[in-house]
Design a protein around this ligand. Structure first.
Ligand SMILES: Nc1ncnc2c1ncn2[C@@H]1O[C@H](COP(=O)(O)OP(=O)(O)O)[C@@H](O)[C@H]1O
Ligand SMILES: [Mg+2]
Length: 326
């Protein structure tokens, strides 16, 4: 995996939201993400974890063009996605798909499964009619649904079957990188296991690369090769999943993992953080480390000097003065 080419290179990405009050006055600026850099290699699954509000979804939305970033660059297969003409961006964007939670929830109820799956192929007109139908069957098979489902309406399917159809619809676009944003949230553990297997099978069958956003650490450990830990719009630690889970180095990563007993064991499933400890991006807009108000290992310089990610000898990146300092 580490020899595979880098297909996505995110460099110094920032996205700020300006919230306006009455008469258009700026009330506050939310720094949803700031200085986010990471790479994804082909065939890899990169997890992104962090408390609610830490900027995970904003990264995914910048990648697929839902948001225009304020700074930074996005290289996909060595070409920048930013500054592309609208039509080129759309063409490239097909290869990057963003899936928010349950992809089965947005199926058009008036259409049968066959049409739902064929429609993206018709729009993009890469295939003839016979070829399209063959492709639709193959994709339906890949998400483990029989051909008979082609003639059913979404409401005739179970929630799990709808989810499979939603994923099949994304596969018809022939993406190379799929961003799965909290795709197992709200599922109970038995269903979750089936969905995770489906992701694994889809990945192998369609040669996919995943960015897997989740606040469920046990699922991330099962599915991901590497993991990025986000805090207040920054990546504070990034490395191989085993490395980070077995020996977390950033004080925030350690706090996060300590909050989860028996992480990675079957059935262990606790979510991160409680209400009230969410770091709002705008509160950390000043100098210094965003985590320092909560940090037990804080040094004097942490209040004035924001730590940048540095690579440790074992290859992972950590943004912390207490860790990186010699
Ligand atoms: N469209 C938006 N307008 C204003 N603020 C936003 C918008 N989207 C996200 N934010 C803010 O940006 C921060 C990061 O949000 P998000 O990326 O959704 O976090 P996560 O996915 O980690 O829960 C939060 O403070 C959120 O309120
Ligand atoms: Mg989110």
């Amino acid at each position: 995996m580490t020899d595979n080419p880098v297909i996505l290179d995110v460099a110094g990405l920032a996205k700020h939201f300006t919230l306006r009050g009455p008469f258009g006055r700026v009330r506050r600026v939310v720094r949803a993400i700031d200085g986010v850099s990471f790479q994804v290699r082909r065939g890899e699954t990169l997890g992104i974890v962090g408390e609610s509000g830490s900027g995970k979804s904003t990264i995914g939305k910048c990648l697929v063009g839902i948001h225009e970033p304020d700074a930074g660059d996005l290289l996909f297969n060595d070409s920048s996605l930013l500054g592309l003409a609208r039509r080129d961006r759309r063409r490239v964007a097909r290869q990057l798909q963003y899936v928010y939670q349950d992809p089965g929830a947005s199926l058009d109820p008036r259409w049968k499964v066959g049409r739902l799956l064929e429609e993206p192929l018709v729009i993009h007109a890469d295939h003839g009619a016979a070829e399209r139908r063959e492709l639709v069957r193959a994709i339906l098979g890949a998400v483990k649904l029989p051909d008979a489902f082609l003639d059913r309406y979404p409401h005739e399917l179970s929630g799990g079957q709808q989810r499979r159809v939603g994923l099949a619809r994304i596969l018809t676009l022939n993406p190379s990188l799929i961003i799965l944003d909290e795709p197992t949230s709200g599922l109970d553990v038995s269903v979750q296991a089936a969905v995770i297997n489906l992701f694994k099978e889809m990945k192998a069958a369609f040669d996919l690369t995943y960015i897997f956003i989740s606040h469920d650490l046990s699922v991330v450990r099962i599915l991901c090769d590497r993991v990025a830990v986000m805090y207040a719009g920054r990546i504070v630690e990034i490395g191989d999943v085993e490395q980070v889970f077995e020996d977390p180095r950033h004080p925030y990563t350690r706090m996060l993992l300590n909050a989860v007993p028996r992480i990675g064991r079957p059935g262990a499933r606790r979510e991160i953080g409680g209400a009230g400890d969410i770091p709002a991006g705008e509160e950390v807009a000043g100098a210094g480390c965003p985590f320092q108000p909560r940090c037990a290992e804080r040094l004097p310089r942490c209040a004035v000097d924001e730590p940048l990610p540095e690579n440790l000898a074992d290859g992972r990146g950590v943004a912390c003065h207490a860790v990186a300092a010699p």
